[in-house]
Each structure stands twice: as C-alpha cells, then as structure tokens.
Design a protein. Structure first.
Length: 321
C-alpha cells in the first residue's frame, strides 16, 4: 500500500455501482495531477462493485477499497470516506460522474493561487447513461464577495454540484460533515462558504451523469409521489429525523453555523435575516404541500434576466450517486 502523504485525497462512496464505476475510476486515474489517494467505500453492494474495485486496488496502490459490513445509508458512507490524513485537499467523488484529465490540476492551482478560497470547482456538464454530453447545467454559481451573498446562493440556487469540488481539508473538519437529514449537503456547503469563497475554473472539466439509477433520480421519483420515507431510508436508514421536519433541522443548523463561524457583525445579521426569510417561505410552502415553488420561480427569473440557456434544474436533495 502507498503510505506517502498525498496532496489530494478523493473519497468515493458507492452502492451497486457496477455499471459506471469503471469509467469513473478510469477518469480519476487519467488525471494529469497524479499525487492523489482514492478511497472507495462500498456500502455493502449486492452487485459486482466489490470485485471491480478490488481489482483496481490491486493494479494501482493509490486506490484503497473498503467494504462496509452493512448499508450505512448515503450520509454515513459519504462521511466515512473523509479520511484525508495530512492531505491539504479533499474531494468527494460520485461513482458515476466523470472528470476530464486536467480537473484536479486546474482546481488545485486555483486554490494555491488564492488562500481566500475554501474550495474550487468548474461548470458542470450533463452526460447521459452512455456518457454522451447533453449540454451544461446552469451557470448560477455559489461564489460571492460577501458572506451574505454566498449564503443566499446556498439557500436558493437549485443545483449545488460544488459538493463534488476540491476543498481544503482543514476547513471540512470544521463543518461536522453531512447530517442524517435530507438536504444536509447544503448545510455542509454553507459552512464551507462561511470560511471562504468558491473559485471556478472556467473550462468544463466535470460531468454529472443523469440516469435512472442515480441517487438524484430516486429523490425526484420519491418526491413526485411524496414518498419521503424512501428518501430518508436511502440517505440515513437509522435516522430518527423525519424528512418532513428536515427544513426545521436545517434552519437550526444554519443558525448555529452563522453564530459559530467568524464573520463581520453586519454579515452575521444579514445572514440571519436571509435565514428567517427562507424559513418563513419554506414553512408556508410546506403547509401548502410543496417546498420548491419559490426556488424554482427565482431560478427562472434569474436565468431569464441573465439570458442563461440552461437545462432543467434538479431537485434540492442532490447527493448524486
């Protein structure tokens, strides 16, 4: 096993990923930046995922494979792979997304050039089941010069694939990682953005796969039928937090983070005001049987004003698998 300290640690949670995981691992191994370690955590898959990953681990000592004794749910497995050691940078990787060869190099260069950035990413391409490029997701970004701007973006922008960006490991340790409630990836990202801005490489080097078997597709189908128990079972099967109260839990977590992370008083007050507005709107929409209307309305208005050509936005619970 390679025991050298890597410059970037990549964590890949996976469950039954046999169809696409080879292509994903190959895209990581093809990176022009080669000083990385990849930990694959198999969430007790029932297909050939384990055999595939063990074979890759035999061929390349930068790859570590671990099989969980039972399915932990996505959130706990997502947290498990955050084991960067002394690596200054960390990246979560979905088992079915793809990286173009310069992705790691360009993101790390951006981070090393600007210490005020907490993470780096790039525009997100959309690919289908067969890896055919289908366009680009919206270019609404999470970055902003002020903390309040970045927090507003976290609250209201639809797609947040920055969760798969390259992040500073020491800042991730301060987030508490993902929670056992729906939407906790937004809370994690908010805590990262309270600590610094997002930098963007302008080239399209990251591809997110849209397919029937993805975690996002499962979330969309479950929400369509108001089957919130299915969403929670996939994310955290042992969680005692019902999906219906997740917005209230997120409100509390956001508020705690606003109080905990250093920022100017004016920014702290502005973030609290934005959170109260978000909480009221989510509460009203929840009482009316939906929680996405205002966000979708904002999305369309911003896109129309900026004349952005976009793909259809994805549901908020996009822990893509």
């Amino acid at each position: 096993m390679n025991t050298n300290r890597p410059h970037v640690f990549i964590g890949m949670p996976v469950y039954n990923g046999e169809k696409h995981i080879c292509e994903t691992i190959d895209s990581i191994l093809a990176q022009t930046f080669t000083d990385f370690r990849l930990l694959i955590s198999d969430n007790a898959s029932t297909d050939a995922t384990g055999d595939i990953c063990r074979e890759y681990a035999k061929q390349d000592d930068r790859i570590l494979y671990h099989r969980q004794a039972e399915n932990l749910g996505f959130a706990r497995n997502f947290n498990y792979v955050f084991q960067p050691g002394d690596a200054p940078y960390f990246k979560w990787a979905a088992h079915d997304d793809l990286l173009k060869p310069d992705y790691l190099r360009r993101c790390i260069e951006l981070l090393e050039q600007n210490s005020s950035l907490s993470m780096a990413h790039c525009p997100t391409l959309r690919i289908d089941e067969d890896s055919k490029e289908m366009g680009i997701y919206n270019n609404l970004r999470l970055n902003g010069a002020r903390v309040r701007d970045r927090f507003w973006n976290i609250l209201w922008i639809c797609d947040i694939y920055e969760i798969y960006g390259v992040m500073r490991s020491d800042l991730i340790t301060k987030t508490g990682l993902a929670g056992t409630y729906v939407g906790s990836e937004r809370t994690l990202l908010a805590k990262m953005l309270f600590q610094g801005d997002v930098g963007y490489v302008e080239d399209k080097l990251f591809s997110r796969r849209d397919h029937v078997g993805s975690q996002t597709a499962m979330h969309l189908e479950a929400r369509k039928h108001h089957d919130y128990k299915r969403i929670l079972k996939a994310q955290a099967p042992k969680s005692k937090i019902p999906s219906l109260v997740a917005p209230a839990v997120r409100f509390q977590k956001y508020l705690e983070a606003i109080a905990a992370f250093p920022m100017p008083l004016s920014e702290r007050i502005a973030c609290v005001e934005q959170l109260i507005e978000w909480g009221l709107r989510r509460g009203v929409e929840g009482a009316m049987g939906g929680t996405e209307r205002y966000r979708q309305k904002l999305y369309k208005e911003i896109c129309a004003a900026d004349k952005i050509v976009t793909l259809e936005p994805i549901d908020e619970s996009n822990f893509a698998a």
